[in-house]
Design a protein around this ligand. Structure first.
Ligand SMILES: [Zn+2]
Ligand SMILES: [Zn+2]
Length: 420
């Protein structure tokens, strides 16, 4: 048997209905915050991510799907979308547009991670970028937007973790303090951390190895090293979040696994997801556009929601109800009836009802099927009904049946289904 590739999966009904629900809610909320969709290619020149995400990140060193194209070009399946969005922003001169450029995306990303619960090599992100301002007001709105989407999707009891990772003016002092502190303790850390202690000490703070955590806890806090401008920026973000009654916890070791972050970083975690419990994360990336070759600065902040993990959390905390039910199950008993009701089914579907039309039906079997579909009503059309010009409409809840003329059918059903 041919199976899906390790770390990938099929998303099947009824689970796919939850995915649709999440995406519909996200689009609705994005619209309310005046974000518009961008669709970037699934693959880019490897350079976009190597530069954009950072050469010494886990993503770039270990997890990218990179391949050589037939003409020798190095291409990579996108491991995240921010670098692609900034590449597009520069390429299409979106900096010429008035005001903030506010873009959202949703779709698959690819990382060759160790497969585990809620982690896939093809995974899905819903995210957004607000480009063109350094203002902490934008940070607060982007964080609010992230939380609003999670709420709209139906997630409750999540926590917001917040930090500032400084800027090029203050981070070097922190990095060197970190490097000094690591000299004494790095031998007690994992091999990756020992390497990172030399090459990119900040990345040590990202380490997920359980045994390293007590040592990491003793390392210096970046909040003690922020410059005046970063300190004020961070205080403003916190103030604006309090104004909006958005609770948060400050986590000085939250640096996130990407080199491009500056100042604000945040993560949203949920208890249903276990140890690696982040359902969303994001941060500010004021220097990224320049790293990718932009001549004009394009300060920005964005976030991404791990859709796989959000759906998992919803499935673990909610009790069903997402499988879309059928409004009307039509059971024509015989060829003549079938030919009569097929155009009727089309009309009802056009008017927004969810209609299942049985291709051939025997009464008992049809009613069983209507039950299995969770149909609100069944319509039984046999020779007798055809002759009378009135069909038998059966309420599948009560079992009661009454004759209804075809032209009254829509109103009769619509009155008792939630969505129509
Ligand atoms: Zn600074
Ligand atoms: Zn480690």
């Amino acid at each position: 048997m041919i199976r899906s590739v390790k770390g990938t999966r099929d998303i099947l009904p009824p689970s796919s209905a939850i995915w649709n629900h999440v995406e519909e809610q996200a689009r609705r909320v994005f619209r309310a915050y005046n974000y518009q969709e961008i669709r970037t290619p699934i693959f880019e020149e490897t350079l976009v991510f190597a530069r954009g995400v950072g050469e010494d990140t886990d993503i770039v060193t270990k997890e990218m799907y990179t391949f050589q194209d037939r003409d020798g070009a190095s291409l990579t399946l996108r491991p995240e979308c921010t670098a692609s969005v900034i590449r597009a922003y520069i390429e299409h001169r979106l900096d010429q547009q008035p005001g903030l450029v506010k873009l959202y995306y949703m779709g698959p990303m690819f990382r060759r991670e160790r497969p585990q619960k809620g982690r896939y090599r093809q995974f899905y992100q819903i995210g957004a970028e607000a480009i063109g301002s350094e203002s902490p007001a934008v940070d607060a709105e982007v964080i609010e937007l992230t939380a609003e989407i999670l709420c709209a999707a139906g997630l409750a009891n999540f926590e917001l973790l917040l930090n500032s990772v400084g800027c090029p003016a203050c981070r070097p002092q922190f990095t060197s303090a970190l490097r000094d502190a690591l000299q004494d303790v790095s031998k007690r850390l994992c091999s990756d951390c020992r390497r990172r202690a030399q090459t990119n000490p900040l990345r040590v703070l990202d380490c997920k190895v359980e045994a390293d955590q007590p040592v990491i806890e003793t390392l210096p806090s970046i909040l003690d090293y922020l410059c005046e401008a970063c300190r004020i920026h961070f205080l403003k973000v916190q103030e604006y979040l309090r104004d909006r009654a958005i609770p948060f916890q400050i986590r000085p070791r939250l640096v996130r696994g990407l080199d491009y972050y500056r100042r604000t970083t945040f993560e949203i975690v949920h208890g249903a997801l276990g140890a690696q419990n982040a359902v969303a994360g994001g941060g500010r990336y004021d220097g990224l556009a320049e790293t990718l070759g932009s001549k004009v600065p394009a300060p920005g902040i964005g976030f991404s929601i791990g859709e796989d993990r959000l759906v998992l959390a919803l499935e673990e905390t909610q009790s069903g109800g997402h499988a879309p039910a059928v409004d009307l199950f039509i059971a024509p008993l015989g060829e003549a009836a079938f030919r009569q009701v097929a155009p009727l089914a089309r009309t009802l579907r056009r008017r927004g009802l969810v209609v299942e039309l049985a291709p051939e039906a025997r009464l008992k079997r049809a009613l069983e099927l209507a039950h299995k579909f969770g149909a609100r009503y069944a319509l039984i059309v046999g020779d007798e009904e055809l002759a009378a010009g009135r069909y038998a409409l059966r309420d599948m809840g009560s079992g009661q049946q009454r004759p209804v003329a075809p032209e009254e059918l829509y109103e009769s059903v619509k009155a008792n289904v939630p969505h129509a």
